[in-house]
Design a protein around this ligand. Structure first.
Ligand SMILES: [Zn+2]
Length: 164
């Protein structure tokens, strides 16, 4: 896929995703953060991983944003929106994204890259297989990885695992 289009405003949204991921680590949650932006570039909602603090393994930010979008946006608005996220959507979140008809995804780190990092850190494989978003939502416009910010995300995963 490649990067092609990470302009300044997109990098700003992705940097916010890293900040949210850092907030998650501080709260004892896994380092994932996501931002929902409308077709005009305005931030509508943001969230971070809350798996540990809510004791629910489905509390991923991308899922929360898909639900927010279903509740607050028209179908047309959802199609024009972009979800920026620190890590590529997992299959659960990709499905939620696809079901509510959201538009583009821009992620910093691919699921494949994250899987390699976690394996290096000795983390057991997750119970749900990771797949590229396009395998879950055919035809969706997806951009990533974004190497400029990947090092920061990697560091957050190291920090989270060091705290366990
Ligand atoms: Zn997910």
């Amino acid at each position: 896929m490649g990067v092609a289009m990470t302009d300044e405003s997109e990098l700003r949204h992705l940097t916010r995703c890293v900040e949210l991921a850092a907030e998650a680590v501080e709260a004892g949650d896994e380092p994932f953060g996501s931002v929902l932006v409308d077709g005009g570039g305005r931030v509508l909602a943001e969230d971070r991983n809350r798996e540990t603090s809510l004791a629910d393994q489905t509390q991923h930010p991308e899922f929360a944003l898909a639900r927010w979008a279903a509740e607050h946006m028209t179908a047309e608005e959802r199609r024009a929106a972009t979800v920026f996220t620190s890590g590529e959507h997992c299959p659960m979140c990709a499905a939620a994204h696809g079901w509510v008809g959201l538009g583009r995804i821009v992620y910093i780190v691919s699921s494949r890259q994250l899987g390699e990092w976690l394996a290096e850190l000795g983390v057991p494989a997750p119970p749900v297989r990771t797949l590229p978003v396009q395998e879950i939502v055919p035809g969706l416009e997806v951009h990533g990885p974004v190497p400029e910010l990947a090092g920061q995300v990697h560091e957050l995963h190291r920090r989270f695992r060091a705290r366990l």
